[in-house]
Each structure stands twice: as structure tokens, then as C-alpha cells.
Design a protein. Structure first.
Length: 418
């Protein structure tokens, strides 16, 4: 089959790779001049459960309200208050109820565990070296935050994820570079979680996909898609391109494209942030990746640099930095590894990602048999991309998927009310 994949981020490139592996003729359509130029460029560099810590957790509303007027906060709001944003926030709070959170975590970890298996296979391919390292500390600054994370810990245990809750002294034995001046209540150690350079991984996987025959069409903006008579027509910069099937994996742009065929996704374009800074003192730089649960920020060592990523800004579609988000990234670096780098000299980045209120992506067929969706991964895109791509490739190829996709498809909205 001739299949078009719309989107050259980590999700789209993984999808194209597995489709080519299954024997399909694949073209990736990307509006930028290379892969991993939007959310995959600066999103979380974590590839495991620590990246699957959704905003829709019990206690989220209270935490955000307490931090709303601080100079640093995990979430920032632009001056633009629109109905779509408030509707998305209302759904987010509904998904924060304990029963829904637990259901969403089960779905997430089912997909994440499968995706880790797929990533292990990709990481051992020749030429795949993307500065990966193992071990993540998920740090809770207060006892209240540790208590609020109990449902997450229960979900990890239920999924069989190896983890250990540590007191500060034990955590500092594992990561001696942690500042002694920053108090925290406890840390969850995930020894098999990995972190790495996501855009480097995507570029390396693109090269392997090209060797398998995948065509990449860059600087190609998709205007619309249309399905009729067993074929899909993709409009690119005013010109038509016909294909047997299409996979919409365009991140924040997926909802707009799917509206063309009458499919509505409850995604919202959330602007995410990252900062990169050169390491000044390697002895004081971290060996493990760290996720600060309070500020929802990850700090990862990538070669000679530190990458700090996280935060979310709602109500803005431009690429202007929000000072509160930048302050938060700098604070997290200064708090945990203050002498490893000069965080005020960091290079900042921001870009949109499509987030669903429940934090669980949507995979699989639409009501059109030749239009497929692979979107809504949010901050957990890299942790879920390989598994999502393999599932889509199996579904298109008519093969039964390796895991149950219940709760991962569009069917999950059939019986939900908010």
C-alpha cells in the first residue's frame, strides 16, 4: 500500500519506520525542513513512566491554584482567555478524579511498557547512539506531593515497573551531585527508565527509514485531507497527492486536519518549554535524569550539555517566551545542580504540542477505513512513540496488535460525558 504519514516528529517517524518494515510504500509529509522541528525538538527527553506523569492527577487543581501567582510555576497562562482553553481545563479537572486517573494510568502504562520493548529494539540497531543513559529520579519536594503521588506509585506497581521510594540520604547516594541545600521529602528511583536526545534519535531513525525506502517531503504544508472512493487525497500547498491511506501524526496540527473529515479531537495546543546549557563542572553535573514533580520539569544530561524541559503555557500560539516558564526552568536547574552550569546563559525554546485532557493518546482507525490517527501524546511522546507506531503499522497491515488497544482508540469517547 502507498501510505502517507503527516508529521515528521518522533511519533510520525516511528510510524513510518514500522510501516516500511511491514513492506508498505511510505511517504512522510513534514511542513518544516527536517524532522523533529517542533515538539520533538524540545519536549521531555524521558522514555519511561516518569514521562507519563499527566496533568490530570488527583490534587492537580489545588497545586496549580497555589502556584498561580508565583514567579515560577509549572503552568503559565497567556493574556488570551478563550472558550476552548476553559473547556479543555474543565475536562482536565474531570479526568483528575481518582477513578478516571487510575483508568488512564492503566492505559498509559500498557502502551508505555510495549513501547519500551520496541525502543529497546530500535536502540540496538546499528548506528543508533543518541546519548541515552539509564536511571531516573522522580523527586517530591513535600510530603503532601508524595502523598498525592500515591495513585501514580500504585499504578507503577500494578504495571510491574521496577521502582523504589527513597529518603533524601539514599537518593543522594545514587546521585551525589544533588544540592545539599535544596530540601525534598523523597524520590522515586526508576532504574530502567531511560533518557536521551530525542531530536538526535529522530534524525537517526529517519536515516534508517530512508534506507528502507521511506520518502520524506519537507517544507510541505498539508492544507487538507479528503477520503472518498477508497482513496485519500492530501492537499499540499494547493496541489493534490493521492494515496491509499493516511496517518495523521501531526502533533498540535492533528485536530485541524481531522476536522476536514468530520472528526473532532478534544486536544488543545499547549506550548511546552526547554532550555539547553553547556556543563561547566562535570563533577557537579548529574549522572541520572531528574524529574521535579513540583514544577513538572525534567533535567537530563546530554553529552556536554544539560537539557531542562517541561512547563506548559495555555492560551498562546506564538513562539514568544513566557517569563514565568523561563524562570521555572532556571529555578529547577539552580535548585538541584547549582554549580554544574550557568543556567542564565541557557538557550531557550518553546513550541506547541497537542494534549488531550486525560493524557492518553489516540491510535487507530477513524470511521474512514483509510484515515488513521496517531496523536495526542503530549509530553509523553517519546515514551509512547515506538509502541504507537508499531500498533498503527500492524492495524494498517491487517495484523492483530501485540497489545489490547481498548481505551486507546476513538471509541473511548463513545460513552464519556463531562
Amino acid at each position: 500500500m502507498r501510505i502517507a504519514v503527516i508529521g515528521g516528529g518522533v511519533v510520525g517517524v516511528c510510524t513510518a519506520y514500522y510501516l516500511a518494515e511491514a513492506g508498505h510504500d511510505v511517504v512522510v509529509i513534514e511542513r518544516y525542513g527536517n524532522v523533529a522541528q517542533e515538539a520533538s525538538f524540545g519536549n521531555l527527553d524521558l522514555m519511561g513512566p516518569a514521562a507519563l506523569n499527566p496533568w490530570s492527577m488527583p490534587g492537580t487543581a489545588g497545586r496549580l491554584l497555589r502556584m498561580l501567582f508565583r514567579p515560577e510555576s509549572p503552568m503559565a497562562f497567556s493574556s488570551k482567555f478563550e472558550p476552548a482553553m476553559w473547556g479543555w481545563l474543565r475536562r482536565l479537572l474531570a479526568e483528575s478524579a481518582a477513578p478516571r486517573f487510575l483508568q488512564n494510568q492503566q492505559r498509559l502504562h500498557r502502551l508505555a511498557s510495549y513501547s519500551r520493548e520496541m525502543m529497546d529494539g530500535l536502540a540496538h540497531r546499528p548506528g543508533m547512539d543518541f546519548e541515552q543513559r539509564s536511571g531516573v529520579l522522580l523527586v517530591f519536594r513535600t510530603d503532601k506531593e508524595a502523598a498525592q503521588a500515591r495513585p501514580l506509585l500504585d499504578a507503577l506497581a500494578e504495571s510491574g515497573t521496577q521502582c523504589e521510594l527513597l529518603e533524601p540520604a539514599a537518593a543522594r547516594l545514587l546521585e551525589p551531585a544533588l544540592s545539599e541545600h535544596t530540601y525534598f521529602h523523597s524520590a522515586l528511583y526508576l532504574p530502567h527508565d531511560q533518557a536521551g536526545n530525542c531530536p538526535l534519535f529522530v534524525r537517526q531513525l529517519k536515516k534508517r527509514a530512508q534506507e528502507m525506502g521511506v520518502e520524506f517531503r519537507f517544507n510541505s504544508a498539508v492544507d487538507s485531507i479528503q477520503s472518498e472512493a477508497g482513496q485519500v487525497t492530501v492537499r499540499i500547498d494547493g496541489q493534490s497527492f493521492d494515496t491509499d491511506a493516511v496517518v495523521v501524526a501531526a502533533g498540535a496540527g492533528s485536530a485541524r486536519l481531522l476536522r476536514d473529515v468530520g472528526i473532532s479531537l478534544p486536544t488543545y495546543p499547549v506550548k511546552v518549554y526547554s532550555a539547553s546549557v553547556a556543563i561547566q563542572d562535570f563533577e557537579l553535573a548529574p549522572q541520572l535524569a531528574l524529574f521535579d514533580d513540583t514544577y513538572r520539569v525534567a533535567l537530563t544530561r546530554l553529552g556536554k550539555r544539560l537539557r531542562i524541559s517541561g512547563c506548559a503555557e495555555l492560551g498562546s500560539s506564538n513562539v514568544k517566551l513566557h517569563q514565568k516558564a523561563a524562570n521555572t526552568l532556571v529555578k529547577v536547574g539552580d535548585d538541584w545542580f547549582p554549580n554544574a552550569a550557568n543556567y542564565r546563559t541557557a538557550t531557550f525554546w518553546c513550541g506547541p504540542t497537542g494534549m488531550l485532557p486525560e493524557g492518553v493518546p489516540l491510535l487507530g482507525a477513524t470511521r474512514y477505513g483509510n484515515v488513521f490517527v496517531n496523536a495526542g501524546h503530549g509530553a509523553g511522546a517519546w515514551a509512547l512513540a515506538a509502541g504507537s507506531g508499531k500498533l498503527i503499522a500492524d492495524l494498517i497491515s491487517g495484523r492483530p496488535p501485540d497489545i489490547d488497544i481498548d481505551g486507546l482508540s476513538l471509541n473511548r469517547y463513545a460513552d464519556q460525558t463531562y
